[in-house]
Ligand binder design. Structure first.
Ligand code: ACM
Length: 269
């Protein structure tokens, strides 16, 4: 499977222009799976609920339908972040759309910084879905900081973690080396670039989208401050093989009964 990561520079609130630019980036490269950033076309730094309400939408809005149409035309899967509006509030969500019209919704489990002021914590939990025989697990940005996130997806059988991001810290791209290696999984972190300055606070996004293999190889890496699309092939024989030598299989040998023991004094023996 060929996996592409789209790295863009959305302008805050300019939804349709941002979608056009995302689609132009997608059209530059053939792939089976396109991973796009978190909040891929809305901008990130909301400063009031009204601000968020102006761009948020239900998962079947016309903008979302445009992504479905793109997936159908390209005969590819698209995973993208968007601000989701529901009757119960807003979620920082990612939608995976497949060319046959199937859709999977993931709502960000671990909210970052001021997202907590406007979004509800995600309630979908982690899951994987199948596309062309490959298991894909969506995650959103700050989820990376909780090792349980990628671990859970790997234990669920993910071959590729589709990690839609708006990273403002420089650590995730490096940490992916370790998370990909210990989980023996591909990690596709699609990040954005640019600076948003709203209400006296400026946030700069770190770009450098990366696709890392289960061996910790950086198969593709984008620039720190350029819009671009990068791609590489993934081989599920690697993500399905958790053996690191003829004695050790790092999944089969997990010992969950040992991971939460109580202290035991030697005098108890
Ligand atoms: C983040 O979760 N957008 C850092």
């Amino acid at each position: 499977m060929r996996v592409a990561l789209v790295q863009n520079h959305p302008e805050f609130g300019k939804k349709s222009e941002n979608i056009d630019r995302l689609f132009a980036l997608i059209d530059k490269t053939e792939a089976d799976l396109y991973v796009l950033p978190e909040l891929a076309y809305s901008g990130y730094q909301f400063v009031s609920p009204e601000d968020l309400a102006a761009v948020a939408e239900e998962a079947d809005s016309p903008a979302i339908k445009a992504f479905e149409e793109k997936a159908r035309r390209r005969k590819a899967a698209l995973v993208f972040g968007f601000p989701e509006k529901t009757s119960g509030g807003f979620y920082n969500s990612s939608l995976s759309v497949l060319p046959d019209g199937t859709r999977y919704l993931y709502r960000k489990t671990h909210l970052f910084y001021k997202e907590k002021l406007f979004f509800r914590p995600g309630d979908t939990g982690f899951f994987v879905f199948d596309f062309q025989g490959v298991k894909i697990g969506p995650a959103i940005c700050f989820d990376w900081s909780f090792p349980e996130s990628f671990r859970t997806l790997a234990l669920l059988g993910a071959d590729i973690i589709a990690h839609s991001s708006n990273l403002v810290m420089p650590y995730c791209q490096k940490a992916n080396y370790c998370q990909a290696l210990v989980n023996r999984v591909y990690i596709a972190t699609a990040n954005r670039i640019g600076t948003e300055y709203r209400e006296e606070e400026s946030l700069t996004f770190t770009g450098e989208s990366v696709l890392v293999s289960p061996r910790g190889e950086y198969l593709a890496r984008a620039d720190k401050d350029r819009e671009e699309i990068i791609a590489a092939d993934v081989d599920i024989n690697l993500s399905r093989n958790k053996k690191i030598n003829s004695f050790n299989d790092v999944f089969a040998e997990r010992r969950p009964d040992m991971y939460f023991s109580s202290p035991r004094s030697v005098t108890d023996e």
